[in-house]
Design a protein around this ligand. Sequence first.
Ligand SMILES: Nc1ncnc2c1ncn2[C@@H]1O[C@H](COP(=O)(O)OP(=O)(O)OP(=O)(O)O)[C@@H](O)[C@H]1O
Length: 550
Amino acid sequence: MPEITLRNITKRWGKFFGVDHLDLDIADNSFITLLGPSGCGKTTILRMIAGLETPTTGQIKIGDKVVFDSEAGINIPANKRKVGFLFQNYALWPNMTVYQNISFGLSNIKEELPKYDFDAMTTGELIRALKSGKKIKELVEECRDKRGKLDTDKVYLKFIDAFILSIYTAKILYGYGIQDAADPDAAAKAKAEELIKKLDGIKKSYESKGQSLNEEYAIVSGGKVLTEDRKLTKEEIDKSVRRVSRIVKIGMFMNRYPAELSGGQQQRVAIARTLAPEPAVLFMDEPLSNLDAKLRLEMRYELQRLHVETGSTFVYVTHDQMEAMTLATKICLINNGVLQQYDAPLDVYNRPANLFVADFVGNPSINFVEAKGKEQADGSFSFRILDDLEATFRPNEPIDMAAWFAKRDKDAADLEAQRIEMLKDKKAVEKSNKDEVFKYHIAKVDESDYAVEEEPEITNEDFVLAIRPEALKLSGDGAIASTIYGAMPTGMESTVKLRIGKYLLTGVIFGGVTFKLGEETGVDIAGTDILLFDRKSGKAITAGSLAVKG
Ligand SMILES: Nc1ncnc2c1ncn2[C@@H]1O[C@H](COP(=O)(O)OP(=O)(O)OP(=O)(O)O)[C@@H](O)[C@H]1O
């Protein structure tokens, strides 16, 4: 399975940049979620990789193959990129059965494929199935109803699943009547010997022509598998349909029409249809958003399993951060067409690159607390927070703030110089949807206060601390005095709003605790995952611990 690389990809419509200079490496066999608020460019990125949208500039590679290059004028169409799609509106064909829905696309494929000896292949599969006559008999017996009547359709399905066969081969196997023999094992052995002789004969006939059959029964000549431009055979199509149906567990619904299936079952058919041509990369755009909450959760597990079983690379668009966190091997977080962070879910959660990421990921949201102060000689930071509390922030690793600020300012100056340089080119287009530092929200008891406040002048002594709700620990002797402003118990945990002066902080308390509104309690801020951000640029500086003097 291939790696996907995007280099300097930009998509703009006039002066509006949907995607802005994106570099991305999607590793082989990964499960990437593209996450971000509505309109940030997720779908556009997905569509550009898939070949449904043409980038304005840049290069995209799938494996070794350049599928798009604006400078070289390469743009390989979607149907030649060996990719599969699954969209929100997966529309199955209502007048086709489940089987027809899945197989329809396969019957249209015509490409260079190995030349197989299908007779030898079927013979080999039957020999494998005939290893145990007893097992064949057992499978058949499982398909009798209370009165002993046999359901042969069910028998075929059992054979298909147990021996990985097509329906055609399953019917031949049943036709041997092994299940009715007095000694099924002996009958199966005798039949297998007959077939082994037949297979040997086929192999010999190839050898006499200087050719051979490989393990998959493809014809090999001069050390190379022979290929031909052809359509898939009925047998191959059936095997593909059965394979994917097994993965998404819809084998028993093959003859039903979509209207006779539940929403979740229909969705699984849509997934099977997408998987059938064995796409190397699977693109999914909010594929679960039409399902109810319970089903959505169930399907998430299915997708996780599917990813492991197919070994394909999954690229998944969602605006649901929970979905992105739980499914992805890596999250690609976008805002205003610009990549904000590309990391494993827990890294994004614990070490967000900037205020936007910290705010976007996590439910309940992270608490932002403005902090004024500076670094001390011992490497800690002395801050004033929540209007009148003194706090000491101790970074997990020592940090040279003078160097940090110098780099921040140099990066900003370089970017501005680049912009001025670029505008010298008359054809250059300036981004109309400008990038701004994220406006974080400080929760206050009286929100109207917030609206009228003037923007203060930001200096290098202005920071923002970000505290995850689970870092707040309540205890009688906690350093910060607070009152319980609100509490939402769910049994397993409670989300509490704590009032500290005119500010509100959100905490998550595990266990079934009952809180009384208005009750006074002490709070401590625990752990080493308290995050420090630069207020001017919104960028993360470091993580550490916070001690507050009451
Ligand atoms: N054909 C077009 N012409 C102009 N602007 C477009 C066009 N297609 C998309 N856009 C704009 O590009 C931006 C990115 O769109 P995109 O569909 O990628 O967003 P998204 O992140 O997938 O959003 P959502 O979660 O709402 O689906 C949006 O602001 C959209 O309005």
